[in-house]
Design a protein around this ligand. Sequence first.
Ligand code: FE2
Length: 260
Amino acid sequence: MKDKKGYIDMHSHLLWGVDDGAKTEDESLYYLHDLKCQGVDTAVLTPHMNSPYILGGCADEETLRRRFAELKDVCEKDSEKYPKLILGSEYHYDIRCDKNYRGGSDTLYTIEPADFHPITMGQTDWVLLELPWDISMFDLLITLKSVARAGYRAILAHPEKCITIEYEVLKSSFMSKLRKYYGRKIYVQNEAWDIANNYEMARWFVKNKITTVIGTDSHGEHRPPVFNKAVQRLDEIVEDKDYLSAILSKNAETILKCVK
Ligand SMILES: [Fe+2]
């Protein structure tokens, strides 16, 4: 895969000053250039919209869209140096918690379709859904069905970090049960860092061909992108090179072309 170009990073916090990711425009540009050097031609910027983990809350949508337009403009003027930028977002599974939600219980509320107007992945009908580390099968199913009822489709963000999934996966049952009860394909984004560091759960998703796309989840200086290291590791563990190509770019291309 050494000569492969055109990777798509489906998850990052490199839009500066809107969440716990990059803090300045310089920091954004530094790591976006880093991504480009790693072979990433398209980066979907996915700021937290309602994370319970961010002190001070997340930026309002207007600020976020304005800052994205400014950053995109800078990158488009030097496309040799920077990847193409697409605006997405990351929603905590409890989508009804607002941008100032600061924790407490992770009680699930079903989404009222009329109340849900997400910033989607590149103006498609896809939303990136962050799961709490201990989400139950029941909560996840309700969330997926609620998102579907609102007219959207979910990509699960780095489910390898969820200990409940890990526990069930060790019994090889969580994902198959989820598919069965949900009745549709499950779309999964696994994290480049987890793959690069040979994290067992990330390997499990890849080896069982459950991974749909890869994202760095880079937070800038706090968590630099390691897309190229993940590619090297994937090249070692994935025998089916068509599948490898799919998760590095083709699946993301298909998702991003699906305009709502
Ligand atoms: Fe994230």
